[in-house]
Structures are given as C-alpha cells and as structure tokens.
Ligand binder design. Structure first.
Ligand code: AMP
Ligand code: MG
Length: 653
C-alpha cells in the first residue's frame, strides 16, 4: 500500500465499457424451470456406508424397522415384577404382603421363573418382565418384610412401568424416509434397530472455480488493486452445507485458454461446475463463451430478471450443470441460494430446503428497479409493534450485506419502490428469528466494538446497524433501537448532540474523537502546519487533490467550515467513512482529507489535529431498564472499556 495508483493492471484486450447485450432475459421462475427440465429426472448414484461414516449423507431409500424396539417387555424402573390384580386393594393403611421369588432379573438376564399369584420378582431397570407379571412396582414404594417378602402400600395399574415390545419402534414400521439427512439422532435410531450400513446418495462432487485477474487467495499478500477471493471460500462452504462435496480449484486469471483448460479438467472429474465472475459479457468475460464448446445443450439462461444477480448464467454440458455466478459476493451468494441450491439438493437426494418466514415492517422507503424481482437483504430488530426489517445499506458488492443479514424481502418486478411502513414477508436465513439483545442504530465508530466486546463475552447479542447519526436519531425517535450513537454539531449553540435530543431520548456521554487533516508522512507540503494553514497550503497548490466526506457527516461540517466556500479538486469525491478517507490518501488517490486520529494512525498517515468531536449515545428512555442496555451502560463506564478506548486513541468522556 501507499504506492502510486498508476499501476492498475489492464487485462489484455479488455474494455470494460464495451458490453454485448444480454440476448434474452428470463424471469427467475422461467430460468429455474428450464434449468431443472434439462437436468431432471436423472439417476442419482448411491453408495453403501457404514453407520459411522454416514453422518451428513442423505438416505437413498426408505428404511423399515427390521425388529421391535425394545425387543421384549422391559422394566422401566428398579423394583419388583408383580401381578396388578394382587395389589387391587393395597393402600396406605392396608399393605399387601408378596412373597419374593428366588431369582433377580438384571439387564441381560433371561427370567426363568413365573410370577405366580401373591409373589413378586426383583427386577432392575432394563430387565425383561417375567411370565405371569403385568406391572412393576418401584422399590421406593415397598418395604422389606423379612428376607423373602415385601409389603406394598399402593395399588398398581396393569402395565405400570413396563415398556412393551415394539412400543418404541415396531417391526415393519417406516423408520426413516429416503432423502433424510443423517444426523446423530438418525444414527441413534438405526443403531437401536441393529442396522450397521445404509445406502445413501453419493454426494455430488462440485468443482468450484473463481475467475478474475484481481483475485488473490486468503493467506497471500495483497498487492495494489487486488482483492481476496471471497466467492471461492463461500461457495465451497455453501455447497458442503447443501449436501454436495466441494472441490475448490482456485482462482483462474481472465485468460481464455487457461480458463477453458481448467473448466475441462474440472468436468472430467466433477458432477457439477460452479464458476463465479466474468458473466457480465464485458470483453474480458470469457466463461460463457467457453461453455458453448464444452457440451450439449450448453447455455440455458444467461441473464435473469433478478436483483441482485442479473448476469447469472445457467448451462448444462452433457448432463452436468455448469453455473456462472455473478462476481459480486452478495450477488453470487444470493443467486447460489436462490437458484442453485434447489438443483444441488435434488442431485444430492435431499428434499427441498424449507425456508422459515417472518412478517416485518420496513422503516424506510426502499427504491427498486422496475422490471426485475429485487431481493433486499435485511437485519431484523424488535420494534414497538413487532419486527422491523432494516435494509442492508451496502449493495451487492458488499460481503456483509449477505453475511450479516437475517434474511431478505422481495420487491415485485413491477414495483419501483417499497414505501416506508410497508408490512412484508421476510425469508429467514436461519430456522428461527434471532432478535438481538441490544440494538444500536446510528453512526458507526471502531470504538463501539471495544465497549460491546464485554457484552458479547457475557453472552448478549449486539446488533449494530450503521445508518449515520441522523438515521440513528430517527430510529431512536421511532423506538426501533435502544441506543443511537450520534456526533452532530449544532452551529447555533456550537455544541454537540444535546440540541438534537427530543422528549423520550436522553444523552449518554460516549467519548471524544480528535478530527484532523491526514496526509502522507513524506508529503512536505503539510509539515509543521496548523490545520488552517494546511488547508490554505492545499488550496494554494492546484496539483493538490482532496478527499471530502458525504453530506450529513459530522466531519463534512468541519471540512466545509475550513474550506469557507472553496471547491478544490477532489471536493466531489465524497466517501462515507473515515477509513475510506485514509485509504484514498494512503493510495495517492488524494493528498489530504479529514478523518479521526485513530484511523489516521492505523493507516500510517501524518495527522494535524483540528477539533475534538463528541461521539455520544441517544438512549431511548423507555428501553433503559432492559438488561442489555444496563449491561451496555456498565461496560461503557468500566475501567476496562475506558482503557481500551484510550489505547485506540479515543478520549472517554
Ligand atoms: P465480474 O463479474 O468478473 O466482472 O466481477 C464483478 C465484481 O465482482 C468485480 O468487482 C470483481 O472484482 C468482483 N469479484 C469477482 N469475483 C470475485 C471473487 N471470487 N471474490 C470477490 N470478489 C469478486
Ligand atoms: Mg472478473
């Protein structure tokens, strides 16, 4: 990092702007129907596995119980096998004496003697009930009467404490159905019936290839303009989660010959091939062209009216599904779950995945593109009247849009928006709604994690949704969060935050963050200057480029004051975070900007302090007594959190 930006690698012959049109965009339903019609019905290969090796596999056939479980009438308690008729008149004041038979039935003992009227046989839990007996009386409910008799002071009903043969599993009963995924409970049922081997569907082997010149595998160093291959790891894991066996073949550069060789090699061995990236039909995007040469019938759908995921490409090459997922991780994951998982599960012999749903209200208007079914990832929090679904603000390029969402909502292809307040159905990624214990909505700060760490260690779940100070304040007013972190400067009173509070909200002081000018340490233009003079020096040099902040950011107010109406080069570059400002300066995209001290120092940049900003919390008073809120307030005031904040460069209030 920190070196020039002039070295963006250019792919051979690639022109990103030159795009072929998608020939025919299919609806999601049409694309899936054609894909499935080209693949099914098909024979699913199966294999026999020992029970211990069957975990996670799908049963290939129904299993019928070969024996009764338990195999004999069995005592459930330690006590005496009796004839219930003998005890019909027994009671507290009228004990009935029974003579003991001369045997004791332990587990694994075959009874030899019959229980005749007026007698009882000692029996252990799990012992077979002897001939003649029809019930068991617990040892606690008897008293010894000499060495060869007992007194019983209560009546017993026929069958008491006896598990009859076949009462658990009856011979001939359907034990497990084909398609059941074998877990520890299924293994237990099979073992109870004495079954040592099962026939399971052979897991489909799915080759995974990432494509792109920019991709680097995790664990390796990142050069300028490179990114880590996210899709490879996440797609391989999702394949394993859905009954497949992923074979990850790494990232292949955008080179037609290399890619074709890799795809051919993959298809020799695998039952299915999943690629990601390179589907957008730019000149450098090759995989879909190669597919045409790999087998029949080839491409089934290229371009689906789906957002995220429009460039999805579905193909079948000589019976094997070949899929190209879009490159953006959230698009790749979403289309994989929505369109590929159904096919993979069928190939793995598993039943369709059942998705749990929940009803929730959207707190803000969500704009949508006409003509495409749009899926919006959402985080769920508990509101005053039920669940609230916060859309992930991060778009399809963000891995966290998918990974941190609780589920997604659907906006119809014919709608151009979903208005604020709409009640809608959310499809969950997990079987149940997980409502977090503490909800923080507002401006994000790395210092926040240092405080909430204590809550996480105490087993409390914290959901932090970054929507900026004003968005957080609005959420707090609607009662949709516990706390809204804000850093809002009021020009009139020249104070932070307090003037923005309304009835029902109270201020909890957080910490101070030093705002200042960042520059590269080797840039002598700014050395030794005050913030004011540094900005004057920047304005005086036409070659100097700034990086600004987004409208509404507390930092932006400070920048605009310093600039006093000037609009230098770079003014319209307005990223939304402190880190983006530091990255722009470190990577020579800009020469100066304003950020907070901890971020400047972490990026190894020079820093000229300007003013301390107050990062506080608007607390919803009505939610103050919730245990998680109290835990947060305790953590915030703790020596541990204060020390951690100071180490990171913040000043606790
Ligand atoms: P593409 O479809 O190849 O044009 O890629 C679209 C976007 O997704 C680009 O920003 C790529 O860098 C990114 N991308 C492609 N493949 C991956 C991957 N395996 N991991 C992370 N990002 C990717
Ligand atoms: Mg690419």
């Amino acid at each position: 990092m920190g070196s020039g930006m002039s070295m963006i690698p250019q792919s051979q012959g690639r022109s990103a702007l030159e795009q072929e049109q998608f020939l025919k965009i299919l609806s999601r339903e049409e694309a899936l129907a054609r894909f499935e019609a080209a693949l099914f019905p098909r024979a699913l290969p199966s294999e026999t596995r020992k029970l211990a090796a069957a975990l996670g596999a799908a049963l290939a056939e129904d299993i019928t119980a070969p024996i009764d479980v338990p195999p004999f009438d069995r005592s459930n308690v330690d006590g005496f096998a009796v004839r219930s008729a003998d005890l019909a008149t027994a009671g507290e004041g009228a004990p009935r004496r029974l003579a003991l038979n001369a045997e004791t039935i332990h587990c694994g003992t075959v009874p030899r003697m019959q229980v005749a009227a007026g007698t009882a046989t000692p029996i252990a839990t799990g012992g077979p009930v002897p001939r003649g007996a029809d019930a068991v009386v617990m040892v606690e409910h008897t008293q010894p009467a000499g060495s060869d008799a007992i007194d019983v002071r209560r009546a017993v009903s026929p069958g008491q404490f006896v598990s009859y043969a076949g009462s658990d599993i009856a011979r001939g009963e359907a034990l497990l159905r084909a398609g059941t995924m074998i877990g520890s409970r299924e293994i237990g049922m099979l073992a109870a019936c004495g079954i040592a081997e099962v026939t399971v569907a052979r897991k489909p082997r799915v080759a995974v290839i990432s494509t792109g010149d920019e991709l680097v595998q995790p664990g390796e160093a990142l050069a300028p303009a490179e990114i880590y291959d996210t899709n490879g790891a996440i797609v391989a894991a999702a394949i394993d989660e859905n009954g497949g066996e992923a074979i990850f073949l790494g990232a292949i550069p955008d080179d037609e010959a290399k890619l074709e060789a890799a795809m051919r090699r993959a298809l020799e061995d695998a039952d299915m091939l999943v690629l990601s990236g390179g589907t957008s039909k730019g000149a450098g995007d090759l995989s879909h062209r190669i597919i045409g040469r790999l087998g029949q019938p080839g491409i089934i759908a290229h371009g689906v009216a789906l957002k995220p995921g429009k460039p999805l490409c579905l193909a079948v090459c000589d019976g094997k599904p070949v899929v190209i997922l879009p490159g953006f991780p959230t698009s790749a994951m979403f289309t994989f779950h929505d369109m590929i998982v159904p096919v993979l599960r069928r190939m793995a012999g598993l039943p369709p995945r059942s998705d749990a749903k929940a009803s929730a209200t959207v707190p803000v208007r969500i704009a949508s593109e006409l003509g495409r079914t749009e899926f919006v990832m959402v985080s769920l929090v508990e509101g005053k009247n039920g669940l609230i679904a916060y859309p992930s603000g991060k778009g399809s390029g963000a891995i966290t849009s998918f990974a941190q969402a609780d589920g997604f909502l659907r906006i119809d292809a014919l709608a151009d928006q979903m208005p604020a307040g709409t009640e809608t159905e959310v499809t969950l990624f997990t079987p149940h709604v997980r409502v977090p214990d503490l909800v923080i909505v507002g401006s994000h700060c790395t210092g926040l994690d240092l405080v909430t760490a204590q809550l996480a260690h105490a087993g409390l779940t914290v959901r932090s949704i970054a929507v900026g100070s004003l968005g957080g304040l609005a959420a707090a007013k609607r009662g949709e969060c516990d706390l809204a972190p804000i850093h809002l400067f009021d020009d009139k009173s020249e104070t932070y935050n307090t003037p923005y509070l309304v009835a029902g909200l109270e201020l909890v002081p957080g910490w101070r963050r030093m705002q200042g000018i960042v520059f590269r340490k080797d840039d002598t233009r700014f050395e030794g200057l005050s913030a004011k003079d540094a900005v004057a020096a920047a304005l005086a040099d036409p070659a100097c480029i700034m990086v600004n902040r987004n409208q509404g950011a507390g930092t932006r107010i400070l920048i605009d004051r310093l600039l006093g109406g000037a609009r230098p080069e770079g003014y319209w570059n307005q990223p939304r975070s402190h880190n983006a400002v530091a990255a722009a300066v470190a990577q020579h995209r800009a020469d100066w900007g304003m950020t907070i001290a901890p971020v400047a120092h972490a990026a190894g940049l020079g820093f000229i302090p300007l003013a301390e900003e107050h990062y506080d919390f608007a607390l919803v008073t009505a939610r103050k007594d919730r245990p998680a809120v109290q835990a947060f307030l305790t953590a915030l005031g703790s020596d541990e959190a204060r020390a951690a904040l100071e180490r990171a460069g913040f000043r606790p209030a």
